[in-house]
Design a protein around this ligand. Structure first.
Ligand code: PMP
Length: 448
C-alpha cells in the first residue's frame, strides 16, 4: 500500500500517554491505578441524572428541544446559569468583568474550548507560555498546532509570574514578542501538581500580560477545571476577575470534575472578538454541543442537584486526599530529597524523588511498579525542556480520584516499597550513580 500523506498537524500530534493509562485502568482490575485522572466511580450522580433526564423527557416540548440541534454557542439558558454561577464563585457581579451570557460558549468539555482557542490563535512557530510542569494533554494539543511552548518554573504559589515577566522581557529584546499569543495557566489545584496560583500572582499576571500587549493582545487562558473541588483554604477569585474589560483573559470551566465527565459539557467566557473566531471553528467542528447534555446541565443547576453533588464530592475527595497524604507520610522513606505537594483541592499529588530515581515509562521504577501492581503518571510528560534541552525525570503524578478509598494506602505502600528498593534499604541522600533502566517488557495494556 502507498504511504498515507498525513497533514503536518496530524504528524505533529503525538499519542497522548494518558489514553493508554486510562485504558490500563479499565482493562486490569488488579492494578491499583494511581495514574488515571478519572473521577471517583462511587460518587457519580446516577440517580440525580436519572431524575433530571426524566424531568426533561417527560415533558414532550422540552424533550423535543433536548433531542434537536442547539445553537453553536450553546443553550441560552445554560449560558445564563453559567454566568450566575460564575458570579457566585467570584462574589461579585458579572458586569464588573464586563461579562454577559453572550460572552460564553458551551463546549464538549472544557477540552474542546482549550483546543478551539489554540486553533484560532496559534500559527506554527507562535509562542505559548506555560508552567513547568503543566497539564500535558493541553501542551500536547498546543504542540500539534506547531506552538513553541516555553515554560517558566512553578513553586508552591503556582506559576512563577516574575519568570513570565522576565521571559516576556527577553522575548521583547530578541524581537520575538510578536510571536507570543498566550499564557496558559491552571489557576486552581493544578493538574499535575495540585497547586494553586496565589492571590498576589493573579492580578500581577494580568498586569504583566497587559503591559506586554503593546503591538497585539496577548491573552491569558485560565484553566479552572478543578476550581470547585476545594477541600480547605480560602476561595480565591479567578485571574479573569482581574480583567474588568474582558479583554485579556479567558476562563475555561467544566461540569466534568465537579459533576460528571460523562455529560462532557464545559463553559468558557472570553473576549468577544476571540469568541467570534472560536464560534466559527466550533461551527466547523460540530455546530453546537449535544443538546441533551446541555439540558441535563440546566436541570441539575436549576434544581440545585449540582450544588449538592459538589458538596458530596468535596467531602469524599477530602477524605481520599487525607488518606493519600497520610499514607505517603507513613510509607515513604525519610529522605531530604523526597517530597510531595499537599493540595488543598483537586485530584492530584505531585511526588519528587531523588534525582537518581528515573520515574519515566522506560525507567526501572515504572517497570517495578507495574510488576508490583501500582501505576502512576511519569512526571516527564508534564515538562517542556529547559534551555539545554533537559527534562527532569524524578517526578510523578498520583491521582486519588478514581482509586477506591481502601486501595489508596496499599497503592502508596507498593509505590514506597519500590522507592525503598531503588534507593537501597533505609534510603540514602540521593547522590550516586543513576539507577539503570530495566527494559522489561511492559504489559500490553500499559503502552505509551
Ligand atoms: N483542564 C485540565 C487541567 C484537566 O485536567 C482536564 C481533564 N483532565 C481538562 C481541562 C478537560 O476536561 P473536560 O474536557 O472533561 O472538561
Amino acid at each position: 500500500m502507498k504511504t498515507l500523506n498525513l497533514s503536518s498537524k496530524a504528524r505533529r500530534t503525538q499519542e497522548q500517554p494518558i489514553n493508554a493509562l486510562i485504558a490500563a485502568a479499565l482493562a486490569n482490575p488488579k492494578l491499583i491505578n494511581l495514574a488515571a485522572g478519572l473521577v471517583d466511580f462511587e460518587t457519580l450522580p446516577v440517580e440525580e441524572v436519572a431524575a433530571a433526564s426524566k424531568a426533561i423527557l417527560s415533558d414532550v416540548r422540552r424533550g423535543r428541544a433536548a433531542l434537536q440541534y442547539a445553537t453553536t454557542n450553546g443553550l441560552g439558558e445554560l449560558r445564563e446559569l453559567a454566568l450566575k454561577h460564575l458570579e457566585e464563585l467570584e462574589g461579585k457581579p458579572a458586569s464588573t468583568m464586563r461579562l454577559s451570557a453572550d460572552d460564553f460558549v458551551i463546549t464538549n468539555g472544557s477540552q474542546q474550548a482549550l483546543y478551539l482557542i489554540g486553533d484560532v490563535l496559534i500559527d506554527p512557530g507562535d509562542i505559548v507560555i506555560a508552567a513547568n510542569p503543566s497539564y500535558f494533554v493541553y501542551t500536547g494539543t498546543l504542540t500539534s498546532f506547531g506552538a513553541n511552548v516555553l515554560a517558566v518554573p512553578a513553586d508552591e504559589n503556582g506559576m512563577d509570574v516574575d519568570a513570565v515577566e522576565q521571559l516576556l522581557e527577553r522575548l521583547d529584546r530578541e524581537g520575538r514578542l510578536s510571536r507570543v499569543k498566550m499564557v496558559y495557566c491552571t489557576s486552581y489545584f493544578d493538574n499535575p501538581t495540585g497547586l494553586t496560583l496565589s492571590m498576589e500572582r493573579r492580578g500581577r499576571l494580568v498586569e504583566i500580560v497587559k503591559r506586554y500587549s503593546r503591538e497585539h493582545r496577548i491573552v491569558i487562558l485560565e484553566d479552572a477545571a478543578y476550581r470547585e473541588l476545594r477541600y480547605d483554604g480560602e476561595a480565591l477569585p479567578s485571574v479573569k476577575s482581574f480583567d474588568p474589560d474582558n479583554s485579556h483573559t479567558i476562563i475555561a470551566c467544566t461540569f466534568s470534575k465537579p459533576f460528571a465527565p460523562g455529560i462532557k459539557t464545559g463553559y468558557t467566557a472570553m473576549p468577544p472578538d476571540l469568541l467570534y473566531a472560536v464560534l466559527q471553528q466550533k461551527g466547523n467542528h460540530d455546530f453546537g454541543s449535544a443538546s441533551l447534555c446541555q439540558h441535563l446541565a440546566v436541570e441539575v443547576m436549576k434544581n440545585r442537584l449540582y450544588e449538592k453533588q459538589v458538596q458530596k464530592l468535596k467531602e469524599n475527595y477530602r477524605k481520599k486526599r487525607d488518606i493519600m497524604l497520610a499514607a505517603l507520610e507513613k510509607w515513604m522513606p525519610a529522605n531530604e530529597h523526597i517530597s510531595w505537594t499537599k493540595p488543598r483541592g483537586g485530584l492530584y499529588v505531585w511526588l519528587t524523588l531523588p534525582e537518581r530515581v528515573d520515574t519515566r515509562g522506560v525507567g526501572a521504577m515504572f517497570n517495578l511498579c507495574v510488576e508490583r501492581g501500582v501505576l502512576y503518571v511519569p512526571g516527564d510528560h508534564a515538562y517542556q525542556p529547559d534551555e539545554s534541552g533537559k527534562i527532569p525525570t524524578n517526578h510523578l503524578r498520583l491521582c486519588f480520584g478514581s482509586v477506591p478509598t481502601e486501595a489508596i494506602e496499599p497503592g502508596v505502600e507498593r509505590l514506597a516499597g519500590v522507592v525503598k528498593e531503588l534507593l537501597g534499604t533505609g534510603g540514602d541522600d540521593g547522590a550516586g550513580a543513576p539507577v539503570e533502566a530495566v527494559n522489561a517488557a511492559l504489559p500490553k495494556e500499559v503502552v505509551f
